[in-house]
Design a binder for this molecule. Sequence first.
Ligand code: SAM
Length: 232
Amino acid sequence: MTENKSPEKIAIMFNEISGVYDKVNHLATLNIDKKWRRGIIEMIKQDGIQKDKIFDVASGTGDQTVELLRLDPQEILSCDISEGMLEIQRRKIKSERVKIINEDFMNIELKNYFDIITVSFGFRNFKNQEGAFTKMHSLLKPGGSLFVLEIFRTEGISSRLSNLYFGKVLSKFGNKISASNYAYNYLYSSVSGYYSLDEFVNIGKGLGFRPVKVKNNFLKIVNTICFRKHER
Ligand SMILES: C[S@@+](CC[C@H](N)C(=O)[O-])C[C@H]1O[C@@H](n2cnc3c(N)ncnc32)[C@H](O)[C@@H]1O
């Protein structure tokens, strides 16, 4: 992980591409990203877990937050460092149950507060990966659940496909549509230089989480992991 992932730089980049972020996402995944986000909601329903207080970390333009509202929770905290991304989210979400804040999630001080935390395509962008796990652990109630939807580094044929797609196809057309000369190159390097799924799960395990479910959404490249914070 060699890129500069300072929150300030990440916020500038997402502010620049916020206007086309949804469009590129849906085009790049042929709309399947919607199914992956909805998959988190299905996992939550199947598990029958507590869902009163939810924190959508790095919520961006709010597509995961919109899905979370379907759970009919008491409250959702939706937080992102990019005001540009949140501007789009505010147009989509009018519910009084959702509090949208422009903040680095590392600054949120609500210990043992949330039943559920979700992070969709956000974890890879955090500067301090272990610190992020530790922070989320402190924010969750004992027995609370962390759902991570993310793109991971892979090996073999999946890796070749991933490199071809993110490195050659998406970096070109993403940069072109967004008029950015680096955002979608960053996407490629942030994936190819990221953890494998196993490495990521092991880091979570070492920091007080139990992996309870792993869902391979696409060629083991895109996965959803449900971690549970140990009961006291
Ligand atoms: C790829 S987008 C994902 C947005 C959204 N969750 C989704 O599913 O489309 C990653 C988001 O992470 C946000 N982000 C990165 N670091 C953050 C931090 N430390 N605190 C809050 N948001 C952060 C970025 O601003 C960006 O909006």
